[in-house]
Write a protein that binds this ligand. Structure first.
Ligand code: SF4
Length: 236
């Protein structure tokens, strides 16, 4: 677990403290919470907005750092373990305090934030993995291979066409629908239409997969052109 904490915080040590957003699955939430706790604990100061003033509170800051905070703001008063500042914006104080903390050997971490994402299965239904080539679509695959992989994807379709028309498909269990949901269709109305037609049995999985394959082919063509256009800017 601690290696993940290090992974998340390292860029703020390697370069400089910066707001950090980490996209994770819900199961990774404990790692994020631990990282946030450690990042906060390793700060020398907390900066709190109070009624009419900003309080910079020392957690384990050396006295010289606290003195530097007082010196940095004309209307600051130093007390035992904290400096109170009037007439300043909280964001400005926070930025200056971070600078002072770094100058006195601290990390001055921004507490990382996270966004939560649901698990997207591969085209074969299980985990996406490069060791199962059918489960993924690579950036430089040929059109023919892309079409073949999409057409072979696990769907939420019924066993027979009659059942599909009568019961409709199950898009939430379908790797093709999820591919559209996550990557191929950005318009919510279009996505809702795909889902509706599936559940109402108004489209066959074959046709739906063909439509999806066209989207993937077009997406990859555009993506590859953009990648090629910026190749010379990539430093490895
Ligand atoms: S119609 Fe499309 S979304 Fe519905 S189950 Fe078949 S492939 Fe999936």
């Amino acid at each position: 677990m601690i290696t993940q904490v290090a992974d998340i915080l390292y860029p703020q040590i390697d370069r400089e403290p910066a707001p950090t957003v980490v996209p994770v699955g819900v199961d990774q939430d404990p790692h994020i919470r631990l990282t946030r706790g450690i990042a906060h604990k390793m700060r020398m100061f907390t900066v709190e907005e109070r009624d009419g003033y900003i309080s910079v509170r020392s957690k384990n800051a050396p006295e010289a750092a606290l003195d530097a905070v007082k010196k940095a703001f004309p209307h600051a008063k130093k007390y035992e373990g904290h400096v109170d500042i009037k007439g300043a914006q909280c964001a400005d104080v926070a930025a200056k305090v971070r600078e002072i903390e770094r100058a006195h050997g601290g990390f001055a971490f921004y507490t990382p934030s996270s966004t939560y994402h649901i698990f997207m299965p591969g085209l074969t239904g299980g985990k996406m993995s490069s060791s199962i080539p059918e489960s993924i679509i690579s950036f430089y695959e040929t059109e023919a291979v892309v079409r073949k992989k999409v057409m072979s994807g696990i769907t939420g379709g019924r066993m027979t066409l009659e059942e599909q028309k009568r019961l409709g498909g199950e898009p939430d269990k379908c790797s093709i629908f999820l591919l559209n949901l996550f990557h191929m269709v950005t318009d919510d109305n279009e996505l809702a239409e795909i889902k509706h037609k599936c559940m109402a049995g108004e489209v066959t999985c074959g046709q739906c997969k063909k439509n999806t394959a066209e989207r993937v082919v077009a997406f990859l063509k555009d993506f590859r052109e953009k990648m090629d256009a910026c190749q010379d800017r990539i430093v490895v």
